[in-house]
Design a protein around this ligand. Sequence first.
Ligand code: PLP
Length: 402
Amino acid sequence: MNWNGSEKSFELFKNYVLQTYPTPGQYFVRGKGAYLYDEKDVEYLDFASGISVCNLGHAHPAIAKAVADQAATLVHISNLYLNDVTPRLAEKLISKCFDGAVFFANSGAEANEGLIKFARKFGNATGRNHIISMDNSFHGRTLATLAATGRAKYRKGFEPDMPGFSQVPYNDIEALKGAITDQTCAILLEPVQGEGGILPADPGYLKQVRQLCDEKNLLLLFDEVQCGMGRIGTLYAWQSFGVEPDAFSMAKALANGLPMGAFVVKRKYANILLPGEHASTFGGTPLVSAAALAVQEVFEKEDILANVNSQGEYLMRQLGKIISQYKFCKAVRGKGLMLGVVLDRPAGALSAAILKHKLITLTAGETVLRLLPPLNITRAEADLALERIAAGLADYAKTIEE
Ligand SMILES: *Cc1c(COP(=O)(O)O)cnc(C)c1O
């Protein structure tokens, strides 16, 4: 491989890549488990996991092998023909879920687009096609998922908004009841809001939403793109709340870094979308399906969900102790290994201070420091992260007036 090095790469990026992202602060050349390495081989502990994508860490040997073997066998044939891998993946995903059927896509936004089309097809049969989603939600950057997203700043400049969407405050059952009209066909929400600030739904609220949907013949749709796939301690996020949606989406971690999205609908709704009514050229190729199947096998072999719960509880408890000395830290919240430290001010500078100690973190909803470590981190890695967070907090505290 002929490496450019970071300087040249930044120059090429600036000149030739459409500048829709902030200039990346870091340059990495390889990853291993929970660590990333820059060109000088400086080691960073990665508590972002590529935004909850590489949930089994970087370069997991079982997944690398599955991808390499499949790449050397069959990568893509289109959905006009059947392959040996994708149906096995579908069976595996449904075997851990309620009975239903799955559609494969390539991203979170595309999975949510599918959910939206599913809901409109369902609703239009009875003259309804409006979808209610939540304030502060995030559902993607395509036009329909933007219209569902409850943060106006993402839509600014891209008007007109796609019609048929409205938002209500999250965790507020009365507001939701008040917003339902004879046009409403579905309710869409994240069981734990990710981009909006690591905000879990109240379990009681989700049960009430479920009941409301049953009473009014509305579909309950969950966007599990970030909080699904084991992130909060159950494979599917709805399992943590004991509330079954009628359909839900997933993506990010589904194939541990290969682009894959999907949505599942309950068996009784498996005939809403008919042959020819929805499709995706790259959806569920043998290559990405092999990666996703390997992910599921690792989950079973390495008891990943038990680790999420034990490391998550530990991190939550220890973080609570660390932040208690700082008035600008308000709370630790989240579930499993989807954790947020809530500040009384923007969290970007704290994340940067922690990065100086070689721990990669994210922000969410402006004032929340977001932690999304790989789901297979060890206790030693959790302790190392805590040390680095404590060091970053101490540095940061010196730079501000409380
Ligand atoms: C990331 C995310 C999306 C969008 O996924 P893309 O793969 O970027 O299209 C949608 N919903 C939620 C909850 C997300 O976190």
